[in-house]
Design a protein around this ligand. Structure first.
Ligand code: GDP
Ligand code: IMO
Ligand code: MG
Length: 465
């Protein structure tokens, strides 16, 4: 049996918490897409871990794999592993040799493109995490990417760098008109990425890159971290092991099924678990696919959000209240997250695209004690009623949400409720959950009532479903 965890909305739904919760019943946790744009939080006994690349099973000591569908910044990975070791954990992480490597020039280019879009006032910057995700996937599709396997072979690495780096340099200098060698590099667009002036010049220097990344290859080899992912996971399954696929980001920022172009550059949806790991679709499809839902909406980055609470001062005050209570500030970038009401058209789309067998609804505690509670059940667009998300940003932006107002509930003792079980939740909270489950025709497997591992009301453990 496999379990695939997928973000149903716009990322940050609390995937890490559920991966940690159910990761105890898995033998391997596999990330199948994305990179260090992800920020997954695990809270265990009050200790909080923020993970970008190390799969969230690490807190329980479960082996983690970064599948071929991921883009890997090895420096982030090593820093994260070292930090976790300092905190007393011993993460065992394997990296697919087919995974692509985020190079320093990818991060610089991510920053430059965002700045250029911001400067032209058209409002089409995406608000990326600046981690070089898009440029790395571009090079993967363009057949000029550097893969983890290339780091293990210094000659192959040099050959690839000699091909690709001059192209990148020309892009920066000739297309964007930025001088990488002069003082201009310090103030040029993109300098808000973590590479400063000197770093930026080095990001386009074949010798410097070769030295740094060949050494990274040596560490990966010394620590026996690289695997043929498909083969490795196949062997683990043959040995009877259970696999948990940890999706990053969310359905509505999926490059195919999300709100293009305000998307990430990979497929967080469940189909990618097969492609991004080399485990067959029949295996993934025969398993459980659980959509993680936040009981309201949050979005970090640009793009439409029909139910956003930003209409007037009252709505903004309500958004502030939810943001503060829910700690809605980006794990990766610290940006305040935009807040909105739960949007069922978005969830219907998510449930269909990934074929959810169940959902986990988090942050039910955050909604407790509000004066009012609304859920968007559909949209109205040009006089037409819609029950799902339109395919274009323009149409989605113009959708007017149709709301149902539901009863609110009072704050409750999360730990006590989690221990006592579902029936201990306030009646209005149960009605809310049942309303959502009914509307998306998917059962609720778990209810998040706080960030800690123990603060989850479990109705069904997918490994026992
Ligand atoms: P992810 O990217 O989907 O793993 O989610 P993040 O970790 O970026 O953001 C979710 C935040 O909400 C984290 O701070 C979690 O610790 C926290 N969290 C998760 N589930 C719950 C819940 O049910 N209630 C509350 N209050 N916080 C939660
Ligand atoms: P987790 O896994 C929320 C958003 C960025 C931006 C867009 C593209 O923690 O849920 P990118 O850097 O990927 O090219 O940025 O996607 N984004 C996320 N939003 N949670 C995430 O990950 C995200 N990863 C990327 O804010 O709008
Ligand atoms: Mg996150």
């Amino acid at each position: 049996m496999t379990l695939t965890i997928v973000g149903s909305q716009l990322g940050d739904e609390g995937k890490g918490a559920l991966v940690d919760r159910w990761g105890g019943d898995a033998d391997v946790v596999v990330r199948y897409q994305g990179g260090d744009n992800a920020g997954h939080t695990v809270v265990e006994g009050g200790a909080e871990y923020k993970l970008s690349l190390v799969p969230s099973g690490a807190v329980r000591g479960t082996v983690g794999v970064l599948g071929n569908g991921c883009v890997v910044n090895p420096n982030t990975l090593f820093t994260e592993i070292d930090d976790l070791r300092e905190r007393g954990l011993d993460p065992d992480v394997r990296v697919a040799r087919r995974a692509h490597v985020i190079m320093p020039y990818h991060r610089v280019l991510d920053g430059i493109e965002e700045e250029v879009k911001a400067d032209d006032d058209a409002g089409d910057e995406v608000g990326t995490t600046g981690r070089g995700i898009g440029p790395t996937y571009e090079d993967k599709a363009g057949r000029r990417g550097i893969r983890v396997a290339d780091l293990l072979d210094p000659d192959a690495l040099r050959e690839k760098l000699e091909y690709v780096v001059p192209q990148k340099r020309a892009l920066v200098e000739d297309v964007y008109g930025i001088d990488l060698t002069g003082s201009e590099a310090q103030s040029a667009p993109g300098s808000r990425t973590q590479s400063g002036g000197d770093d930026r010049a080095e990001a386009f220097d074949v010798d410097a890159l070769h030295e740094e990344f060949a050494a990274i290859g040596e560490r990966l080899a010394d620590e026996g971290m690289t695997v043929n992912c498909s083969d490795y996971l196949h062997s683990r399954r043959e040995a009877g092991d259970e696999i948990l696929f940890e999706g990053a980001q969310g359905t509505h920022i999926d490059v195919d099924h999300g709100n293009y172009p305000f998307v990430t550059s990979s497929n967080p949806t469940a189909g990618a678990a097969a492609v991004g790991s080399g485990v067959g679709v029949t295996t993934v499809g025969a398993g459980e696919v659980v959509g993680i839902v936040k009981a309201y909406l949050s979005r970090v980055g640009e793009g439409p959000m029909p139910t956003e609470l930003d209409g007037d001062a009252d709505e903004e005050a309500l958004a502030d209240e939810i943001r503060e209570r829910g700690g809605e500030f980006g794990t990766v970038t610290g940006r305040p997250r935009r807040i909105g009401w739960l949007d069922l058209p978005m969830l219907r789309h998510a449930a269909r695209v990934s074929g959810f067998t169940g959902v986990a609804v988090n942050h039910v505690d955050v909604l407790a004690g509000l004066d009012e509670l609304k859920v968007c059940t559909g949209y109205e667009l040009d006089g037409e009623a819609l029950d799902t998300v339109p395919t274009t940003t323009d149409r989605w932006e113009r959708c007017e949400p149709v709301y149902e107002t539901l009863d609110t509930w009072e704050p409750f003792d999360s730990a006590a409720v989690a221990e006592a079980g579902y029936d201990a939740l306030p009646e209005a909270a149960r009605e809310y959950l049942e309303f959502v489950a009914d509307e998306i025709d998917t059962p609720v497997y778990a209810v998040g009532v706080g960030p800690d591992r123990e603060e989850t009301v479990e109705l069904t453990n997918p490994f026992e479903a």
